[in-house]
Design a protein around this ligand. Structure first.
Ligand code: FUB
Length: 344
């Protein structure tokens, strides 16, 4: 929801109309990646703080420094904060901006995947491990080789292979990698290097992970997102084109790739037949929330799917002070998702 409309919102009324309450209110949290490990729900969000950075379209005000892990025994239960699981000071290669993370498990080891800016100001994606889902996590000395941009989401397929989905426009720097190397011309412009409106939109990336989950097993590949006629969605189609917040979940043999449209504030999804796509656009999962960003995950809990998302209702609309929430997703018989309105 655009910043300039915030001043007209009656937050008491809005919070009464919200379909779900913040899962925690003692700190600000965002970008929740939820998983069930050993029958328990774990949430890996960003930890929002006000670091005093000025607001800009590169997201400098998202100056997060650490990650907390949260757990719930069940969907109606208390959300427990397990404290700091990883701090930027403990990541040798990372300088700042610990943005949206994800986690996964393999052979009893838990992996935290996270983007951060390195000392050259370039977003890379790192891996940290722990013997416990709540951490503390120990970061690898270097980021994943050939990683770039933001918002990693790591999906485990039924055959045991793991895939990382990632990418984000503007402050997420995806547009700077169009030639395969980082383009630092016009570094202060969020829209430099974005295709023209009538050209195909920039695409997110996927890479199969190596067996140790520390590196990519292959060069990242673009994920095609097609419209109903089989054409790539165009850069000018801001209501449907990929912006950030990639997520992948599987249902009844179909792969659902979901993402945020950024400046139009929707969570959308597209469906494919394998982890690499192509994916065909199907619709909206979540209408705009209060706050500029929208970022989610989808987690299956006791045979129902839940959307974990965030909004800025608790901070009364402050863009970089968000709160994680959850609500159930409903599917139609044909597998399409019923769009959720976050406020009644
Ligand atoms: O939380 C920082 C950034 O804002 C995330 O990486 C984006 O997806 C957006 O939610």
């Amino acid at each position: 929801m655009p910043e300039d409309s915030i001043e007209h919102i009656n937050f008491e009324d809005l919070n009464n109309r919200a379909i779900s309450k913040p899962l925690v209110d003692h700190i600000f949290t965002a970008d929740p990646s939820a998983h069930v490990f050993n029958g328990k729900i774990y949430i890996y969000p960003s930890h929002d703080i006000d670091a005093g950075e000025a607001f800009d379209d590169l997201g400098s005000h998202f100056a997060m420094e650490d990650y907390h892990v949260f757990s719930m025994e069940d969907i109606a239960g208390e959300t427990k904060d397990h404290g700091v699981a990883l701090h930027v000071d403990d990541v040798a290669w990372a300088k700042q901006q610990m943005w949206a993370p994800d986690a996964n498990e393999k052979n009893g080891t838990y992996y935290l995947f996270f983007p951060a800016k390195d000392y050259k100001g370039v977003f890379r994606i790192g891996v940290a491990t722990s013997e416990s889902p709540i951490g503390p996590f120990k970061a690898r000395p270097k980021p994943i080789e050939n990683s770039f941009s933001i918002d990693p989401a790591v999906f485990k397929d039924d055959d045991g292979e793991y895939y990382m989905y990632f990418g984000g426009l503007w402050g997420g720097q995806l547009q700077r990698w169009r030639e395969g190397v980082f383009n630092n011309n016009e570094p202060n412009s969020p829209t430099a290097h974005i295709p023209k409106d009538n050209e195909p939109a920039l695409l997110p990336f996927v890479a199969k992970m190596a067996a140790d989950l520390f590196e990519f097993a292959e060069a990242p590949k673009e994920i095609k997102i097609l419209d109903e006629d089989g054409n790539l969605i165009l850069a000018g189609d801001h209501n449907r084109r990929f912006f950030e917040a990639a997520w992948l979940h599987k249902r009844k043999g179909k792969y659902y790739f979901s993402y945020s449209t950024g400046d139009t504030h929707f969570i959308c999804y597209a469906v494919g037949d394998n982890p690499y796509g192509p994916y065909t656009y199907k619709g909206k999962i979540l209408n705009p929330v209060v706050g500029w960003t929208s970022h989610h995950s989808i987690c299956s809990i006791k045979e129902k799917d839940y959307l974990f998302y965030h909004d800025s209702s608790l901070s009364k609309g402050v863009t970089h002070l968000r709160s994680i929430k959850m609500t159930e997703i409903k599917y139609r018989d044909d597998g399409t998702i019923v769009t959720i309105n976050p406020y009644n």
